[in-house]
Design a protein around this ligand. Structure first.
Ligand code: SF4
Ligand code: SF4
Ligand code: FES
Length: 250
């Protein structure tokens, strides 16, 4: 029987007590919160996605003994600490505006109309302090109060939509949904178009990939694996300019 990575880690680490939703468990100290929860017997059906710090599904709040502060982190990225008390917040029910994309003007007024609570921000900065991605949340909110979609897009670019900022906001703003609207309006209606993207969308619409797709759909799993493994991959550390040797299928 093969040994899993978590089992190997559990054999080589010290054990520490942690409290998950109020109950004590003893887990290896080398584990992330997510792995420690699995080690303790929890199974993730919500609150886990990419396991790589990108999807924002695993927001976790915790306290440490002798510290009054609430700490936050991504369960898949944060290591356990002795005696930490934790619980997960896989979803935060923040307000999300509905609108018709084709009719939405790419302006600060649109953002203010769809999210009038934007102006309830009291600049307390609690959102920035809580953000596990170190996004300057208050700054993008301030940019949107000025109607500056470009600045809000730039500042909020690393947001992973975990919702933790909204959980701490005394103005009850859904900051991450507001910033996503700004990025969509800016990216979709204001930023310069990329010619190669438009060309590719047209190629798809014209059926350029149909034949190749049909070929793939006829393959069984083994053939698909072979094709997948033989593909030319972009190197992990490419020079500034890299192109595949063959453009077939692109
Ligand atoms: S937590 Fe809310 S009120 Fe405080 S700065 Fe952030 S958006 Fe504004
Ligand atoms: S801005 Fe808010 S939703 Fe986005 S990563 Fe930071 S805390 Fe999470
Ligand atoms: S599981 Fe995706 S960020 Fe943690």
């Amino acid at each position: 029987m093969s040994t899993t990575a978590t089992e190997v880690e559990s054999l080589t680490s010290q054990k520490v007590p942690i409290f998950i939703m109020g109950k004590k468990y003893v887990v290896p100290d080398s584990l992330t919160i997510m792995k420690a929860m699995e080690y303790a017997g929890f199974q993730f059906v919500r609150g886990a996605g990419c396991r790589g710090g990108i999807c924002g599904a695993c927001g976790t709040v915790y306290r440490k003994p002798g510290d009054y502060r609430i700490h936050v982190g991504l369960a898949c990225q944060t290591l356990v600490e002795p005696e930490m008390y934790l619980t997960q917040i896989p979803f935060y029910p923040a307000n999300r505006a509905r609108f018709v994309w084709a009719e939405a003007e790419p302006t600060g007024e649109t953002v203010g109309q769809l999210y009038p609570e934007l102006f309830r921000c009291v600049a307390c900065n609690a959102c920035t302090k809580v953000c596990p991605m170190d996004v300057e949340v208050m700054d993008y909110i301030a940019a949107l109060k000025r109607g500056d979609l470009a600045a809000a897009t730039e500042i909020s670019f690393n947001c992973i939509q975990c919702g933790l900022c909204a959980s701490r906001c005394m103005g009850e703003l859904p900051q991450y949904h507001i910033a996503q609207l700004a990025r969509r309006l800016h990216g979709g209606k204001l930023a310069p178009k990329t010619p190669h993207l438009e060309q590719m969308v047209k190629q798809i619409a014209d059926g350029y990939y149909q034949e190749k797709l049909q070929e793939l759909m006829k393959m069984d799993v083994e053939q698909l694996k072979k094709v997948y493994q033989a593909r030319e991959m972009e190197p992990h550390q490419a020079d500034e300019h890299w192109e595949p040797k063959s453009n077939e299928g692109l």
